[in-house]
Design a protein around this ligand. Structure first.
Ligand code: CO
Length: 644
């Protein structure tokens, strides 16, 4: 009998069929599109913005037929519509017109159309010519979301602010020579340029930004191969979208809005599957820029709610960054025309060696026990205009779950005259500056630690008062405070207090008589926004005010800035929902954790930024009765060797 109470037998692989919560497949997407197209309430001029499964509600006894929520833009009606489709019955259940005050997200194909129309526009051409630029064919034009500042000249339009760069060659990143001061306001419905703002006229910076292997000069020649060999294959098993690896089990989902979605995450412990998380995904993003100049002062984008980051997922057939035995999941989406597009290999899953898992050397006996850590990685990468974001979920043998965002790609930059220093940014190349900005990522974490009734506690550490109980003035202890209702549920990271949040199953007890649970541990990136109260930014992106929000589970509350954020001046979202002040103890709750990445750019971030990593961790804290990874076998060196 081992002295650690840890299950060492692997679970039988359940395998499994499709699940009612799996993403819409190609046939379902095609059916959704054709049913919506045939609806008499809608005109023939539709743009499909998104189509995703209406996921079964928690606790629903009977799973009804699968339903889709299709969001379309009707050009004739100049309005967005939500269509609910019953896929089993093959009929449209309802069609609802969106309020005039909101626009559905911007479709990828609208980027392309917008660029074409701007490049043909005489006003835009005149503005470029005024700067001595006539290479219109070398221009690239990115539509940035318009925001909702209250001073829009064309508030009724489906707006984009289109910014321009002149590409030096096909081998540069495209963004190295900004046309400062030219902003084309475009109506994405009529695809007409409404106005071209012509502000400062600065010369184009010198050509810069080459990044392809054949354009950056000789490659370093002193790198020898490092190969990952998994001769017996990977240690995970996959059936449909169900994954089992070591003691972990979960389902891999996807939506065009959030990208990767993980569901039904459980850990096999002492002969039973124990629930950990019901659903976990990126719920919203916000990237506010701090530069007050006209070309940059309305840059604040919601990459999830405004663009649909899942739709932007890279097909990793174009280049995958992972090594070893990889399993890919495709992602199916609808194009703007309502055609099914399959993003091949959009989600990547593989194993990684992760150094030492645990180790002890008994210095008296000279006996060493060491185990190597293996982690399972599930990830996708998305390209949103100039930036590239990787979203990585890591599962560890010790019960940890880590979330990591990888920020890379190309900075959003502006031009300055020679010799001028930026006031709200950093020169990254001559006459080229990158404004200061931030990246906020809100993750929606729906826990079900050992079931559905969970409580969140804030865990701070504080010093004891001076006195007899603290004879040397150095005593400190951790203090655990329940978050009892939503009015107490907006919390900030506090590294000086070692602050974490503990999600517990209050009705259960572990081997030492405490409730089992997981703690949410903030990473290093916990910066707060600098916008003033009353700003458009905080009115729309209320979720960025705090590191953590806790809400009572409500299936309608899916995205941290609400369902429709594009041009919406007063969206709902988590900051509004908590005003209900619903009770949070021993109940079905949701955690919204927002990473705050502060970005004072550096010349080293140009022309392509080395990956910046930001993340947080979910770590068992009394969920297990001891280290759950004691049964990982010692490593067997197969190809390692000594070098001198
Ligand atoms: Co950045």
């Amino acid at each position: 009998m081992p002295d650690h109470p840890i299950e060492s037998q692997a679970p039988q692989f359940a395998g499994g069929a499709a699940d009612p919560s799996d993403p819409l497949g190609p046939a379902e997407l095609a059916l959704s599109a054709s049913l919506v197209r045939a609806s008499p309430e809608l005109s023939a001029t539709l743009r499909f913005i998104s189509a995703n499964l209406t996921e079964p509600e928690r606790g629903a006894e009977v799973v009804a037929a699968r339903q889709a929520l299709v969001v379309v833009l009707d050009l004739e009606a100049r309005a967005g519509f939500e269509a609910r489709v019953d896929l089993g019955a093959g009929r449209v259940l309802s069609i609802e017109r969106l309020p005039k005050t909101v626009q559905p997200g911007i479709a990828l194909e609208e980027f392309v159309l917008c660029e074409e129309v701007v490049k043909r526009d005489p006003q835009w051409r005149a503005a470029l010519a005024r700067r001595g630029i006539t290479e219109f064919d070398k221009a690239i034009v990115d539509p940035w979301s318009a925001g909702a500042y209250g001073d829009e000249k064309f508030p009724e339009a489906r707006l984009a602010q289109a910014l321009t760069w002149i590409r030096g060659s096909d081998d540069d990143v495209g963004y190295g020579r900004p046309v400062e001061g030219v902003i084309a306001w475009v109506d994405l419905i009529t695809m007409r340029v409404l106005e071209v703002v012509d502000d400062v006229a600065y010369p184009l910076p010198p050509p810069t930004g080459n990044y392809t292997a054949n354009s950056v000069g000789p490659m370093r020649a002193d790198l020898r191969p490092l190969e990952i060999i998994q001769a017996e294959g990977p240690s995970f098993r996959v059936s449909s979208r169900l994954v089992e690896w070591q003691r972990w089990r979960f389902r891999v989902g996807f939506t065009s809005r959030e990208g990767l979605v993980l569901r039904d995450i459980a850990y096999y412990d002492r002969g039973a599957w124990r629930k950990v998380l019901r659903r976990a995904s990126l719920s919203e993003m916000q990237v506010p820029y701090g530069d007050p100049t006209p070309t940059h002062n309305k840059k604040n984008v919601f990459d999830v709610g405004e663009y649909g980051i899942g739709r932007m997922a890279n097909a990793l057939t174009l280049g995958c960054d992972c090594l070893g035995a990889i399993h890919y999941f495709d992602a199916d989406v609808l194009t703007m025309a309502g055609e099914v597009e399959t993003l091949k290999n959009a989600i990547c899953m593989h194993e990684e060696d992760y150094g030492v898992l645990w180790k002890h050397t008994d210095w008296r006996t000279n006996h060493t026990e060491v185990r190597r850590s293996r982690r399972l990685v599930v990830s996708f990468f998305a390209t949103v205009g100039n930036y590239d974001y990787g979203f990585f979920w890591y599962f560890y043998q010790n019960g940890d779950i880590a979330v990591e965002v990888k920020l890379t790609g190309c900075l959003s930059v502006g031009a300055l005259p020679p010799g001028v220093e930026p006031t709200h940014g950093v020169l990254v190349a001559p006459q080229l500056y990158a404004p200061i900005h931030q990246h906020f990522f809100s993750f929606r974490i729906d826990p079900e630690i050992d079931g559905e009734g969970n409580t969140v506690f804030e865990v701070d550490t504080e010093r004891d008062p001076e006195g007899p109980g603290n004879p040397y003035g150095s005593s400190y202890r951790h203090r655990t405070t329940p978050i009892r209702s939503e009015s107490e549920g907006a919390r900030d990271a506090d590294p000086a207090r070692g602050r974490t949040w503990f999600v517990a199953a209050p009705g259960r007890r572990n081997a030492v008589g405490r409730p089992p649970g997981y703690k949410l541990m903030p990473g290093a990136d916990t910066v707060r926004p600098f916008a003033h109260e009353g700003s458009s930014l905080l009115a729309r992106a209320g979720f960025i005010r705090h590191s953590l929000w806790v809400t009572r589970y409500d299936p309608r509350e899916k995205y941290a800035a609400g369902d429709y954020i594009n041009q919406n001046a007063k969206p709902d979202g988590v900051a509004a929902w908590v005003k209900q002040d619903r009770p949070l103890e021993a109940t079905d709750l949701v955690l919204w954790y927002t990473l705050g990445v502060h970005h004072v750019p550096r010349p080293e971030d140009w022309p392509v930024m080395p990956v910046a990593y930001a993340g947080f961790m979910l770590r068992p804290a009394g969920f297990f009765d001891a280290n759950p990874a004691m049964d990982v076998p010692p490593p067997v060196p197969m190809h390692s060797c000594c070098v001198s």
